[in-house]
Design a protein. Structure first.
Length: 205
């Protein structure tokens, strides 16, 4: 009979299994100091700049739950050739993939309508926004800190802790975290990969 090795640790499963949906659920969302969303109709381009896996999508979706508005993801390839929607507040994910003519036209429309655009991007798009006279607000995702990773890990461990378990058999120490910080830069996906392997080793010892 198959036995779940994580139950020995007081857990239902590996806490660091990758999510299957864009962003994270509200119970796993981590406030990194900019949880207050912008207002609709601000005539502003608000951009989150960061590497892949830095948390841009999670923050866009967290803000959208508070403000409403459309959310559009721009995939690589032909799927990026879609005109960005412009509402009182709109969220564009992977906005640097939007072809420049479409991006320029949509931001010009946003400026004319006095809309708020929130963009997740790998590249700084402020030059396009300034060209059409939008205000620019930018948040950059910097290297992760041990404290941030610890808070992130604790949320995930708590989320899969079995009922009635007071103390789980999975605990990060400073050496574990510093190694992750050195290797993961700003990517939560890389952090999750390191921690998934770490948790699996402990569970299978």
């Amino acid at each position: 009979m198959w036995i779940n090795p994580y139950e020995r640790l007081g857990l239902r499963c590996n806490p660091f299994t990758a999510e299957q949906i864009p962003g994270v659920t509200e119970d796993l969302w981590l406030d990194r100091g900019f949880s207050q969303p912008p207002q609709p109709r601000g005539r502003v381009l608000f951009q989150f700049i960061g590497e892949k896996g830095a948390g841009k999508t999670s923050h866009l979706l967290h803000w959208r739950k508070q403000t409403g508005g459309s959310y559009t993801y721009y995939p690589p390839g032909w799927g990026r050739w879609q005109i960005p929607p412009v509402e009182p507040i709109s969220y564009w994910d992977e906005a640097d993939r939007i072809p420049i003519p479409l991006l320029l036209a949509a931001l010009a429309q946003a400026s004319y309508q006095g809309a708020t655009i929130v963009a997740g991007t790998h590249e700084d798009l402020s030059w396009v926004g300034r060209f059409v006279r939008l205000k620019i607000r930018t948040i950059k995702f910097h290297r992760l800190t041990p404290e941030t990773i610890l808070a992130w890990a604790e949320k995930r461990i708590q989320a899969v802790t079995l009922p009635e378990v007071k103390q789980v058999g999975l605990k990060l120490d400073r050496a574990d975290i510093e190694l992750i910080v050195a290797n993961a830069s700003v990517s939560w996906r890389e952090v999750a990969t390191y921690l998934h392997i770490w948790a699996a080793k402990i569970a299978n010892q």
